[in-house]
Design a protein around this ligand. Structure first.
Ligand code: BTN
Length: 325
């Protein structure tokens, strides 16, 4: 059942009678009842009160194309080729990748209420409950291969931080290579995937996941300290449509300029947001652990790890960084 039929009628959180729902949808009350039951698949609670009807307690903040577009800057609107807001998908990155393979051009944005197989870095799952968080993937085209993409995922982290700051949310920090964190807990992450010629024309899928109002039940599946925008904003936030537009307002111009400019213009901002600057850290790689002091990043986005044998430049990949215990 697409949410576009029943859910908008209940999104306000007000009661709606079975008959009113049936009339609005032009279906029988039995069909309405079946659809209401199906909403359980989305993990949504439907309250039923005799004589008043049905409601979603607290309402639900659905993605809405017109509302996203209304908050875009002229520059972002000009760079946006198409905006796809899906109900549920395996992964917005996987969907964007499929569309890139089928010829989608730069500026295609794919977002969804829910991901059934949201992908995180290092083979992890990205917990993606329905209509609570943001899952966004942007397709962009690059012409000079993978080398021109160095530092892009770090710059995307800066773009996320700027988008939140634009809405007066408290400042977040970045953990190399691309975690967005607040008070030591993970708020969001970035996953870049590429298709095409690694040495020439390629398409990059820039995936951003941002926890907005993570329900406790879904959070039980997260295996690290997490937080969400609702916590940052002490219960208040501008809503997912405004936040999605804010992200695109930063991401699309970043992508449009990145091949020419590279990471260098973003480095200073990244360093200001660096959560581990000057701190003892341990770098975990497939080959083992390396202890050192985090000394920021260079112009290419490589972590500068000060070790007993000197400063090493560490490039991204299947690597994670932790504060030393
Ligand atoms: C990380 O592990 O920190 C990266 C998480 C990236 C999650 C986002 S959600 C939108 C896009 N689609 C996916 O399947 N993953 C990315």
């Amino acid at each position: 059942m697409p949410k576009t039929t029943l859910l908008p009628l209940l999104a306000s959180g007000d009661f709606c009678s079975g008959q009113a729902l049936a009339d609005a949808l032009g279906v029988s009350r039995t069909a309405v009842w079946k659809q209401l039951n199906a909403l359980a698949d989305y993990g949504l609670e439907i309250e039923t009160v005799k004589g008043r009807g049905y409601r979603i307690p607290g309402g639900i903040d659905l993605l809405n194309e017109a509302r996203v577009r209304a908050s875009l800057t002229p520059q972002a609107a000009g760079l946006l080729a198409s905006l796809q807001l899906l109900d549920t998908v395996d992964s917005t990155n996987a969907e964007a990748m499929r569309q890139a393979g089928a010829g989608a051009t730069a500026g295609l944005v794919c977002s969804a209420e829910q991901q059934s197989a949201g992908r995180g870095r290092r083979g992890r799952t990205w917990v993606s409950p329905f209509a609570r968080n943001l899952y966004v993937s942007v397709v962009w085209e690059f012409h000079q291969g993978a080398a021109a993409l160095e530092g892009l995922s770090l710059a995307v982290g800066v773009a996320v931080a700027r988008a939140l700051a634009a809405h007066k949310l408290p400042p977040v920090q970045l953990k190399w290579p691309n975690d967005v964190i607040y008070q030591g807990a993970k708020l969001g992450g970035v996953l870049l995937e590429m298709t095409g010629d690694a040495a020439g024309a390629c398409q990059v899928i820039v995936g951003v996941g941002l926890n907005v109002a993570m329900p406790g039940a879904a959070a039980a599946a997260i295996d690290q300290a997490w937080t969400d925008i609702e916590t940052l904003g002490a219960g208040a936030h501008p809503g997912r449509n405004t936040l999605l537009a804010a992200l695109l307002n930063e991401l699309l111009p970043l992508l449009a300029g990145f091949e020419q400019q590279g990471f260098a213009p973003w480095r200073e901002q990244w360093l200001e947001l660096d959560a581990f600057a000057g701190e003892p850290v341990v770098l975990h790689t497939g080959a083992g652990d390396t202890a050192g002091i985090a000394r920021g990043v260079d112009d290419r986005g490589a972590l500068q790890l000060e070790t007993t044998v000197g400063v090493q430049s560490i490039y991204g990949g299947e690597i994670s960084l932790r504060r030393a215990q």
